[in-house]
Design a protein around this ligand. Structure first.
Ligand code: NIG
Ligand code: FE
Length: 408
């Protein structure tokens, strides 16, 4: 039995009962905290916490957290962290005036990454992804969702998902895998879109299910990619294998995809840079988490998700990085939280709730992670000496995470 005692914590934040599985509406403005606190970890789990005067005398390892904060690790529920190569040439193209759609039309974008991925072997993909995981861990991320979707062939998609499985086995982070075969139509299927959907449904899905490689299914539901009808067909097929949807929708256009996602019991709908009244109504009658990706808005210079409209409707809200080579080449949750405060008028308490418990919910691990709760996995951030929690998103571009404790 190994124990770790953190003492004299200036503020221990994100304290929740075990039956609080997400935070929504006005409650998001509140981040329950204990000041001058201790927290005891035993066997990698939160054993107890409270006021310093009630702290146990000793443990196998002791940390002094005077003037420092302890918060749950960031739960980044939307990334494409496994990829090959990079796309800085497109970045320069964008600086020179090309849009995301124009770049894609010239063979750039997702298809460019797919080409590179299919030329890269599993070991190399694994090594680069492991390096990125190490990087995001140092930013405070303790749980992460990773999508496939740069394979777009049976072999390529399986290769990506096997890399994610290997990361799950070897990384201290908690990882969830999402099958995103419906990320873009490959060039060969440009005139035969049904052919690609058939391949996805009849060959990719059964092979993935056979090896148990995916936890969720995703579709890029967007003009020029997968229609709402395509999306429904794919989600229906995924449901036969028990894969709950987490869907890319309303990034560039409103195409009534959110209602369809809710109908298919999506765990999350992600992007939502644009949102209509009927989208909000659909979300209100659902258990679906809206997820915003402000790093993508910054990088592509597209609108930021209207967080205020969504939260003020009484809905929950999560933040994630979208870490990928095309639209958000950064896995820095601290920056994402600053962007949400600055450009989405979210308060520091709201962005922390959106990046911890609600992020955990958006990848189905809210019972294990995302809050300071007895029995949960001890994936925690110990900050540097900081005057207040608001100082975290205020210091945009800095990394004030001193230490990341994963599973004790
Ligand atoms: O979430 N929108 C679709 N997929 C990614 C972009 C992927 C890429 O450009 O490589 C996104 O923004
Ligand atoms: Fe994405």
């Amino acid at each position: 039995m190994k124990s770790l005692l953190i003492q004299h914590i200036q503020s221990l934040a994100g304290i929740r009962r075990s039956d609080e599985l997400l935070v929504k509406g006005v409650a998001m403005k509140h981040l329950p905290q204990e000041e001058d606190a201790f927290l005891l970890i035993e066997n990698g789990r939160i054993h107890s916490f409270g006021k310093m005067e009630a702290a146990p005398e000793r443990a196998d390892e002791m940390i002094d957290a005077t003037d420092k904060m302890v918060i749950p690790c960031w739960c980044d529920s939307h990334t494409h962290l496994v990829y090959a190569g990079s796309r800085e040439a497109e970045f320069v193209g964008k600086i020179n005036g090309l849009s995301y759609a124009e770049i894609a039309a010239r063979g750039g974008g997702i298809l460019n990454s797919a080409l590179l991925l299919n030329q890269t072997d599993e070991a190399e993909l694994y090594d680069s992804a492991l390096q990125r995981l190490e990087e995001v861990k140092n930013f405070g991320t303790g749980a992460i969702e990773i999508k496939s979707g740069y394979g777009l062939t049976v072999e390529g998609e399986l290769k990506m998902l096997r890399v994610i499985r290997k990361l799950k086995e070897n990384s201290p982070l908690t990882i969830k895998a999402t099958f995103l075969g419906a990320h873009a139509y490959p060039i060969e299927y440009k005139e035969n879109r049904k052919g690609y959907r058939d391949l996805l449904i009849q060959q990719m899905l059964p092979a993935i299910a056979e090896e148990g490689l995916a936890d969720f299914i995703d579709v890029f539901c967007e003009q020029g990619y997968f229609t709402v009808e395509d999306t429904e067909e794919i989600l229906t097929a995924g449901a036969k294998y028990g894969l709950r949807p987490k869907v890319h929708v309303n990034q560039f256009n409103i195409i009534d995809g959110i209602e369809a996602c809710v109908k298919h019991k999506a765990l999350s709908v992600d992007h939502l840079e644009l949102i209509a009244e009927n989208d909000l109504i659909a979300l209100k009658n659902s258990n679906t988490m809206p997820v915003a990706l402000p790093g993508c808005s910054l990088f592509l210079r597209i609108p930021y998700t209207p967080a205020r409209r969504i939260i003020d409707e009484g809905l929950p809200f999560a933040l994630a990085t979208d870490y990928n080579p095309g639209s958000a080449p950064s896995g820095n949750m601290n920056l994402v939280m600053s962007l949400a405060c600055i450009n989405m008028q979210m308060s520091p308490e709201e962005v922390i709730n959106a990046s911890t418990l609600n992020g955990a919910y958006a990848m189905g691990i809210e019972g294990e992670l995302g809050s300071i709760t007895i029995g949960k996995k001890a994936n925690l951030i110990l900050t540097q000496k900081i005057p207040s929690l608001a100082y975290l998103p205020y210091s945009f571009g800095s990394n004030l995470v001193e230490r990341v404790i994963l599973h004790g």
